[in-house]
Design a protein around this ligand. Structure first.
Ligand SMILES: [Zn+2]
Length: 425
């Protein structure tokens, strides 16, 4: 049987669900916590251990492993045509300090399972395939998150990344060296032909709608603001109501109004005031100043701009009504990302062909795919997680959902390999 015939005869390739689940449970022991989660902060000894495991596992199935200068690991499975860029599958093996067993890990280990499945089937793709473990997705030891995929995509430069410090003043570059994962290849040199990332949803939507697969079409835009309200501290008993300059009352009005801004742009807009500091924070003193944060998100940047306008107008109005000094500062913007139409349609078709229930959705959280989308055609696949909980040791996802996600990943990657490589990038 030649390769063409074999491909035609293997239309229903499926991953080995049990092996994938066992692999997830096996690596979960590295940095495993008593409550069943994982603490595997980036560039720690446990991160090195899981990297060593990944390198060994990849080599044992015939991959050529390279590590770039940011410690990103590439497990390369040759294709029939060496001149084509590899189609890549990736995510991260690092976790939060009290992280779960699935966030990021499902993506990398499903990639490995895809390669194992193809090996067993004797299926050689036209373009090479690569499974990538990105360094420091979580950003919990070294800020910012998605640091190494960011360098790969040219969002951050390498030396900025090397200079990041953890809370013990240890530098990223030195820790990378210490664990032996400062590779030689220049980060970002070899862009994938296409990139797919499987991840748990980290939200409650799929579970609530009883859907197995989320076809992720993009990542929402996000804007952060700081607000400082200055009133005047005075006695809570002896200051008449009409003579007060109460910073907290102004804050409360704005919190309510900020909530309404998102409701006005339902159902996709969200707005949050998650951090409030009241001074002097005393029971019998009228608050003299309040600091609070604002987080606005929407998948469409034009709507986000509209929300930004409404926020500014509202602040002006509350300033006028209360006579207090209110300073609003926009401290960070992250534009929305639209994933590649072709890659998205391959994921959607794979979910449909495999008979899984699915829906299109926008990611509420950041992922390596957000940055890789700038460097290569990209799409993501979501699977449900119990109660939408993640970044938590109790994070849970069902074995059949992991298997479904990996099967969609496999089918999407095979379908991607069959389309003509694009020359528009
Ligand atoms: Zn993640």
């Amino acid at each position: 049987m030649n390769t063409k015939q074999r491909e035609r005869n293997q239309p229903n390739l499926r991953v080995n669900a049990e092996r994938l689940w066992d692999t997830i449970m096996e690596t979960a022991k590295i940095g495993g916590t008593a409550k069943g989660g994982i603490c595997r902060l980036t560039l720690t000894d446990s991160d090195r251990q899981v990297r060593d495991w990944f390198v060994r596992a990849s080599k044992s199935i015939g991959c050529v492993v390279t590590v770039d200068e940011m410690g990103n690991i590439f497990a390369h499975r040759p294709g029939r045509d060496k001149t084509l860029p590899p189609n890549a599958i990736g995510s991260h093996l690092d976790t939060q300090p009290s992280g779960g067993k699935f966030d990021g890990i499902v993506g990398v280990l499903s990639g490995l399972e895809v390669l194992r499945t193809l090996n067993e089937a004797g299926y050689t793709t036209k373009a090479p395939l690569e499974v990538i473990n990105w360094t420091n997705e979580e950003g919990s030891r070294f800020n910012p998150p998605m640091l190494a995929s960011g360098v790969f995509a040219g969002v951050f430069d390498r030396d900025f990344a090397y200079a990041r410090e953890d809370s013990n003043d240890k530098k990223f570059g030195e820790e990378l060296e210490r664990i032996g994962y400062r590779g030689k290849t220049k980060c970002g040199d070899q862009k994938p032909g296409a990139y797919f990332e499987l991840h748990i949803e980290q939200g409650p939507v799929l579970e609530a709608e009883n859907k197995t697969i989320g076809v992720v079409t993009g990542v929402q835009g996000q804007r952060w603001y700081d607000v400082n309200v200055t009133g005047r501290e005075s006695h809570a008993g002896s200051t008449p109501m009409n003579m007060r300059h109460d910073a907290m009352v102004a804050c409360a009005r704005m919190v309510e109004a900020i909530n309404k801004i998102a409701l006005n742009h339902a159902p996709l807009a969200v707005s949050t005031v998650g951090l409030v500091e009241v001074k002097p924070n005393s029971r019998n003193v009228i608050p003299g100043s309040v600091f609070f944060s604002v987080d606005l998100r929407h998948p469409n940047d034009a709507v986000l701009s509209e929300m930004d306008k409404e926020l500014k107008m509202m602040v002006k109005e509350v300033t006028r009504e209360t006579g207090l000094k209110i300073e609003l500062e926009n401290i960070w913007n992250s534009p929305s990302i639209k994933f590649d139409e072709t890659c998205i349609s391959l994921v959607r078709a794979a979910a449909g062909d495999l008979g899984y229930s699915y829906r299109d959705m926008i990611s509420g959280a950041g992922h390596d795919a957000v940055y890789i989308a700038r460097a290569a055609p990209t799409a993501m696949i979501f699977i449900p997680c119990e109660n939408g909980i993640s970044h938590n040791e109790i994070e849970k996802t069902e074995p059949e959902h992991v298997a479904a996600g990996a099967n969609v990943l496999l089918a999407a990657v095979i379908a991607q390999d069959k389309i003509e490589p694009r020359t528009d990038r």
